[in-house]
Design a protein around this ligand. Structure first.
Ligand code: FMN
Length: 332
């Protein structure tokens, strides 16, 4: 795979959502998409219960650990730990606007400190062989995205960043919740296209509001890769088409029922380790969105998977409630 092919289709880091169970489930549907963990702070990586916080199944590869932090030494040490754990990429979060993150002076507020982010990237690059990437916004608050994103990208490119993921809207650090900051500031895809045109050697991945694989494919005329967040999580059935449509490869499964059936051995393994069924099935609620019986499937999982002792039979029962998607994706 050419280096820029590696980021052609990515699934976004999402706190509380893209945990290891979610990623395993997504990986069943697409063998090629690049997956990202939830953000983990350097403090947690360095001092926390590591296996629980950053452990993963090798089946999840290609997989990136997203770090939150702003101290070059702590980031470099965390990157080293991530590489030793087997991650194939380390990504730095420069997009999260939450108050907690702002108090720690990392996340989106780092858009105001491009040279410092450059130092962080250089420090991480010096410690690891795997790609070091950054996920940012087009600007924050009163910044002019034309200038702010250019200065930021130039700084991280000089530091040797391997790819820059750009959420194509500003973050407004005062007055908006993190959720509003994913919806209210307007999207500006053209700004991201211009960034790629101005930095032909920088791998640029576009993120934000991409609702379908057709939209993703259209963006690929202008950038190296596309990252889907909510659309991938809320309608995971779309992922069955990623390998055929984005990579010209066979789809691993023909439909959602096959995917769910393939997850059962994983569920049994996890239940034996003490995982609750709902911790896994909560990521599957949108698998049949748009299909007759989708609501019954969702309701059955939501009410039954949380009960003590719930096992894979609950998923089998839920699957019996769904019909077929009218335009089922076809394997290439
Ligand atoms: C529930 C949730 C949690 C998120 N957590 C993170 C995170 O940990 N790190 C990060 O960089 N972005 C995070 N984001 C932002 C997404 O990665 C992405 O940039 C954003 O949702 C826009 O993409 P989308 O429109 O395709 O969802 C989160 C988004 C959601 C919905």
């Amino acid at each position: 795979m050419k280096p820029d092919q590696a980021h052609r289709f990515c699934i976004a880091p999402m706190m509380e959502w893209t945990d290891r169970h979610c990623r395993f489930f997504h990986r069943l549907m697409t063998r090629r998409a690049r997956l990202y963990t939830e953000m983990v702070t350097t403090g947690a990586v360095l001092h926390g219960e590591r296996e629980r916080l950053i452990g993963f199944d090798p089946f999840e590869h290609p997989l990136a650990l997203q770090l939150g932090g702003a101290d070059p030494r702590a980031l470099a040490q965390s990157a080293r730990i991530a590489e030793d754990f087997g991650y194939g990429e380390v990504n730095l979060n420069v997009g999260c606007p939450s108050d907690r993150v702002q108090e720690g002076r990392f996340g989106a507020c780092l858009m105001a400190e491009p040279d410092h982010v450059g130092e962080c990237v250089a420090a991480m690059k010096a410690q690891v062989k795997v790609p070091v990437t950054v996920k940012c916004r087009i600007g924050i608050d009163a910044q002019d995205p034309e200038e702010a994103l250019e200065t930021f990208a130039a700084a991280v490119e000089r530091a040797g960043v391997d790819a820059l993921v750009v959420h194509a809207r500003k973050a407004w650090l005062k007055g908006l919740s993190p959720r509003e900051n994913r919806e209210v500031p307007p999207l500006d895809y053209a700004r991201v296209y211009r960034l790629k045109a101005a930095h032909p050697r920088l791998t640029v991945v576009l993120n934000g509001g991409v609702a379908s694989l057709a939209d993703a494919a259209a963006h690929l005329a202008f950038v190296d890769g596309v990252m889907l967040g909510r659309a991938a999580y809320q309608e995971p059935w779309r992922l069955i088409e990623v390998d055929p449509l984005m990579f010209g490869a066979r789809a691993p499964f023909a439909d959602g029922s096959e995917v769910a059936a393939a997850l059962i051995p994983y569920i049994e393994r996890e239940l034996a380790r003490g995982t609750r069924l709902s911790a896994i099935t909560r990521h599957m609620l949108g698998l049949f969105r748009g299909v007759p019986g989708a609501r019954a499937f969702r309701r059955h999982l939501a009410s039954e998977a949380v009960k003590p002792g719930a096992d894979a039979a609950v998923l089998v029962e839920a699957l019996a409630l769904v019909g077929k998607r009218a335009s089922e994706p076809v394997a290439a």
